[in-house]
Design a protein around this ligand. Structure first.
Ligand code: SF4
Ligand code: SF4
Length: 435
């Protein structure tokens, strides 16, 4: 029972994402304010100490002024796995960490420090380090194909994106009648982990049960997502642990690894790199942009013309952005937003019927503002610069569209067959549950 639940967010003892050091709390109420006004969670349910409602976004942690609320720390378990001689540890890194990890070492927000992140993970003892941009490319292929199917059949529109686990839990909790609108695509880390355990491990003669997959992410809601029973196989969870950017920083300090002095290393290539489309997943609007460009190619066999999508329409730090594209001989209306409270405005009204696809990320400006990212004094400016860093990284990449990725094509040829095939549905898709 939290006797202060009128003032602050109550936290369940078994919350996999966040916890509170009670003695530090100064009862300022900032956590409840963000939970109510940005996330649309607090004050939308009646307090009951047995069933505390939380979508695990971690935004309350980002605003707590005294470090009373913190993320759950899984670094000891991760190091135990690394030190276990019977296990191989593969770390997969989310697109947005490349532009935020550096902030903990005096690099400006948005500076790309991917090579040093890979080196640091290898120094910690990771056996393999892979880039989740490949999983993001798979997500785009599947999600674009799903959109095309729904547009052709006129069913379950608007299609909601499903990469953000806090948003998915928000729909399951507050709008279960709209669960069919959610894309059934797993998130990029979940797709990548599934491919590692179900395909790559066998290809390299490693028992999936001997492989430990750790995701380095901007997100604490992923700590909840990986425990969903539907994302486990015969050998246990596809993703075994999630380590937020802040935990990573603490771990490097504990292990006395001087990040700034590290030289750059490359990702392991047994699982190939993704394209620029996968990189921009980390910013609000990135998933939508990448998906509709791929949908154009899949429906016409041609690259989208310059004027297909006015890119700037879906970019920038605005909580709601809209655009229209022409696909399958019709205008397809798109809406991108962040902050689940903002989503309430659209879901509660008939406005949602205006759109064919809606991208929602719970956190400010998408994953770049995730609940596990470094906490800076000026978070608004940080999330803008981090997103700019991702777009500049994309602009420099040789391959920028998921369907151009030859390795994605090979994986379909060798294993998955086609997007939305029976195998793709088994390994890359999921289902949801009313909460
Ligand atoms: S994690 Fe998100 S939903 Fe849960 S209490 Fe904090 S702000 Fe609210
Ligand atoms: S933001 Fe932190 S200090 Fe303020 S009420 Fe919440 S837990 Fe307590």
């Amino acid at each position: 029972m939290d006797k202060y639940s009128e003032i602050r967010v109550p936290v369940a003892h078994d919350n996999p994402s966040i916890k509170r050091h009670d003695k530090k709390c100064v009862l300022c109420g900032k956590c409840k304010d963000v939970c109510k006004n940005k996330m649309g969670v607090a004050c939308h349910w009646t307090y009951d100490s047995e069933n505390i409602v939380c979508i695990n976004c971690g935004q309350c942690v980002n605003v707590c002024p005294v470090g009373s609320l913190v993320e759950q720390d899984d670094t000891s378990a991760i190091m135990d796995a690394i030190h276990n001689p019977n296990k191989k540890v593969a770390v997969i890194t989310s697109p947005s960490v490349r532009v935020s990890v550096g902030e903990m070492y005096d690099y400006p927000s948005g500076e790309i420090v991917t090579g040093k992140i890979v080196s640091a993970l290898k120094r910690l003892g990771a056996d393999y380090v892979y880039d989740v941009t490949f999983g993001a490319d798979l997500t785009i292929m599947e999600e674009a194909s799903e959109l095309i199917d729904r547009l052709k059949n006129g069913t379950n529109l608007p299609q909601f994106t499903s990469c953000c686990p806090a948003w998915v839990k928000f729909v399951e909790t507050f709008y279960p009648q709209l669960i069919p609108n959610l894309s059934t695509c797993r998130s990029p880390i979940s797709m990548q982990a599934s491919v590692i355990k179900n395909f790559l491990a066998k290809k390299h003669n490693i028992k999936p049960s001997d492989l430990v997959v750790v995701a380095l992410t901007p997100c604490v809601a992923k700590k909840f997502e990986i425990k969903r029973p539907e994302l486990s196989g015969l050998y246990g969870q596809d993703t075994d642990y999630v380590m937020s950017v802040r935990e990573f920083g603490r771990l490097l300090k504990r292990e006395k690894i001087d990040f700034k002095k590290l030289t750059d290393s490359e990702y392991d290539t047994a699982l190939p790199l993704g394209t620029g489309a996968g990189v921009i997943f980390g910013a609000s609007g990135g998933v939508m942009e990448a998906s509709v460009l791929t949908a154009y190619y899949l429906t016409t066999g041609q690259n989208p013309p310059e004027n297909f999508l006015k890119f700037k329409a879906l970019r920038g730090y605005k909580d709601v952005k809209t655009a229209t594209v022409h696909l399958l001989d019709r205008d397809v209306k798109l809406c991108v937003l962040f902050g689940t409270n903002k989503a309430r405005e659209i879901l509660d009204s008939l406005k949602r019927r205006k759109y064919d696809m809606i991208e929602v990320m719970a956190c400010p400006n998408g994953c770049v503002g995730g609940g596990g990212q470094p906490i800076l004094r000026d978070m608004d400016s940080a999330v803008v610069k981090r997103a700019e860093g991702l777009y500049s990284c994309d602009a420099k990449m040789e391959k920028r569209l998921s369907y151009e990725n030859p390795e994605v094509k090979s994986l379909y040829n060798e294993f998955l067959i086609t997007p939305l095939s029976e195998k793709s549905k088994k390994y890359l898709h999921t289902y949801y549950t009313k909460r």
